[in-house]
Design a protein around this ligand. Sequence first.
Ligand code: PNS
Length: 160
Amino acid sequence: MKVAICPGSFDPVTLGHLDIIERASGLFDKVVVAVLCNMDKKPSFSVEERISFLKETTAHLHNVEIDSFDGLLMDFAREKSAVAVVKGLRAVSDFEYEFQMSMINKKLCPEVETVYLNTSQEYMYLSSSVVKQIASFGGDIRNFVPEAIHSKIVDRLTNM
Ligand code: PNS
């Protein structure tokens, strides 16, 4: 069974993340979405909230499982016997950082490949931080986050 990991902070999950998770689920036998616990920046949503948003919005994808990890991504990938890490690339500006990470991860764990999917055109500009900024100023984020969790995200971000 070919297992892939989709790692990220998911603070919160956006339609751009979901697009990558959905496409990865069509390419691999199983996809483990891995929510990073030890974030440098203080997250707006707890790990439990981020996991619950992801579970709710990926329930239709039967080969997708949601988990969390602390520490090194490659240790988690080994634990899950993953063959690949799948990441979305939005623009050239993402490339340098992602390239460095993939090189380091390859040294740490040569048996795991990093696979990049180009972000779909409609989500090129999207990030969790942009969503948080718009919501915190009362802007409409309906086009950026899944409908099922929209009100929970708005409630939190407008009351921070
Ligand atoms: O959504 P993000 O914040 O861009 O996700 C970044 C993530 C979780 C993929 C990255 O921070 C990560 O892999 N962290 C784990 C620490 C690690 O393994 N570092 C070594 C490789 S540079």
